[in-house]
Design a protein around this ligand. Structure first.
Ligand code: FAD
Length: 474
């Protein structure tokens, strides 16, 4: 499976320095556009897309470095704390990065783990190594946008900084120039551009201009010691970090679960989902690679392939669109007017139950299905996709206000879910609690016009006692 992927990359490109790079993937962030000819290197500041192959930002950086005949360096800026991430996520990320480092070295590309935010650590690195310019990847989240802005302001005026959207198939700024209303308004915009963007990746090659001296291998233990994160939320065994493990998950999805995706993806007792979100979130696997691979199964499972493209491309890229164009992407302020009005109208409705954040975290509600879903999240670091909707909607029903509900849902999702702290997570919570990308439904208490879900509905859809039995809190 992996050999076939490698072969396909080689097949597309005889001379890697001449492959055609779609310039729409790149935008220049700095005033200066041209990479300095007499520098000693190019830097790829890796951030959201933590992989070597199938990475348009890395490929673009190598292409530049090859043109200029200089070394290519990869820098990753490790911050000691990121939102509500715990050691569960940091462990997954850092083990994945250790594999990136190894793969980079095999390609004559030094990997540097820098400590602290990019605006502090990268300018000093550029000076020390006489670097001619920086390429980075793209995330629409505000912390990451600020990192890029701060770096731009901290760089000397003659050092160019460009950004490549290596996460989305259609670069976020090309998919749509504005905030989209929902899947129905962005779907065609994305599908119409897939012809030019959904292409095979050329391989990243052994870099022909190695640095004079390779840096020492990163002391990952020391790096771990620099973290200031909660260590009580433990790493999980089922999700092995790194690109190779991501490919294995993709393989098992294609061979075993994909055929059930169209019909059984809403049943939490069935094995039908890809389970790829942790690797996708950390950029350890490229969604474009997943789509190129899944598409090969079209003749066997056409409906499932289409359903997977709808989730992994349309829904996911819609989430990036929301976070990119709506600065209130994680706040009730970011909801549509109809939803804000409706939620406000029902703010004083009597809640059937009220729970604190701790009670929710510890699965201490009256609802055995909700408790089991929460326990799946806490113990496995991922909740089934269908249950995530039920889970968040019940938080709206059982807390004092939509604002509190949203804050609790985001906190729990970001703290326990390996794929949390992601546009998909903010949009998933906003969809469930504030109706974004959805329409108004029949009015009812607490929810107003926000779509409602209930226990009886779940019972009609799947074997609730079976799920509860599997995830009963020990
Ligand atoms: P699959 O169904 O196999 O889908 C494959 C990929 O498609 C996913 O990995 C994801 O990248 C994308 N995708 C699937 N469903 C959606 C969706 N509804 N919206 C956007 N992208 C989607 N997704 C996250 O990646 N991180 C989160 O933190 C997150 N939190 C959520 C919270 C709530 C309240 C809700 C309702 C949804 C959330 N989602 C989140 C979206 C979705 O539930 C997950 O992407 C999915 O369950 C991940 O599992 P999978 O990879 O097995 O999914």
């Amino acid at each position: 499976f992996i050999n076939k992927i490698n072969q396909r990359r080689i097949d597309v490109c005889e001379d890697v320095s001449k492959f055609k790079f779609n310039k729409k993937r790149v935008r220049v962030i700095s005033e200066e556009e041209d990479f300095c000819e007499d520098s000693n290197g190019v830097v790829y500041w890796m951030s959201r897309d933590q992989r070597v192959q199938d990475n348009w930002a890395f490929l673009y950086a190598q292409r530049l470095a090859m043109k200029l005949e200089v070394p290519l360096h990869v820098c990753f800026c490790l911050v000691p704390k990121y939102l509500d991430a715990t050691i569960r996520m940091y462990g997954f990320m850092m083990k994945g990065l250790a594999q990136v480092e190894k793969e980079c070295r095999e390609l004559n590309i030094p990997f540097h783990l820098l400590c602290g935010e990019a605006s502090k650590s990268i300018p000093a690195f550029l000076k020390e190594h006489n670097i001619g310019g920086v390429v980075t990847d793209f995330s629409p989240l505000r912390v990451n946008v600020k990192w890029v802005d701060d770096l731009k302001n901290a760089l000397p005026a003659d050092v160019p900084l460009c950004q490549v959207d290596a996460h989305n198939l259609v670069p976020c700024w090309e998919a749509s120039p504005k905030l989209e209303y929902g899947a129905r308004t962005i779907r065609n915009k994305i599908h119409n551009q897939l012809g030019q963007f959904l292409t095979e990746f050329p391989p990243l090659v052994k870099h022909p201009h190695p640095p004079k001296k390779m840096p020492q291998i990163t002391d990952w233990k020391k790096a771990d010691g620099s973290l200031k994160v909660d260590r009580t939320v433990l790493e999980v065994a089922w999700a092995k970090p790194g690109t190779q493990a991501g490919y294995k998950m993709l393989q098992s999805f294609c061979e075993k679960r994909l055929k059930h995706f169209a019909t059984a993806r809403n049943d939490p007792n069935k094995q039908a989902l890809s389970n790829l979100s942790p690797w996708i979130h950390f950029g350890q696997i490229s969604v474009q690679r997943c789509i190129l691979t899944v598409r090969l199964y079209r003749s066997k499972s056409s409906d499932s392939v289409n359903a997977f493209i709808e989730e992994a491309v349309i829904r996911r890229e819609l989430a990036d669109n929301f976070c990119y164009y709506n600065k209130h992407y994680d706040s009730v302020k970011g909801a549509y007017d109809w939803a804000k009005k409706s939620l406000a109208l029902h703010k004083d409705d009597k809640r059937p139950y009220l729970y604190t954040r701790d009670e929710l975290e510890e699965s201490k509600t009256h609802d055995d299905l909700w408790n089991a879903a929460q326990y799946q999240l806490v113990s496995e670091g991922k909740m089934h996709g269908f249950l995530r909707m039920y889970w968040a909607k019940k938080i709206l029903e059982w807390t004092t206000s939509p604002e509190e509900a949203l804050a609790f849902a985001i906190y729990l999702n970001d703290r326990f879910s390996l794929d949390g702290r992601d546009p998909n997570g903010y949009v998933g919570c906003m969809w469930s609690i504030c109706g974004i990308h959805d329409q108004g439904w029949a009015e009812r208490a607490v929810f107003g016009k926000i779509r409602y879900m209930n226990y009886q509905g779940c019972k009609r859809k799947f074997d609730v006692p079976g799920f509860v039995l599997r995830y009963k809190k020990k």
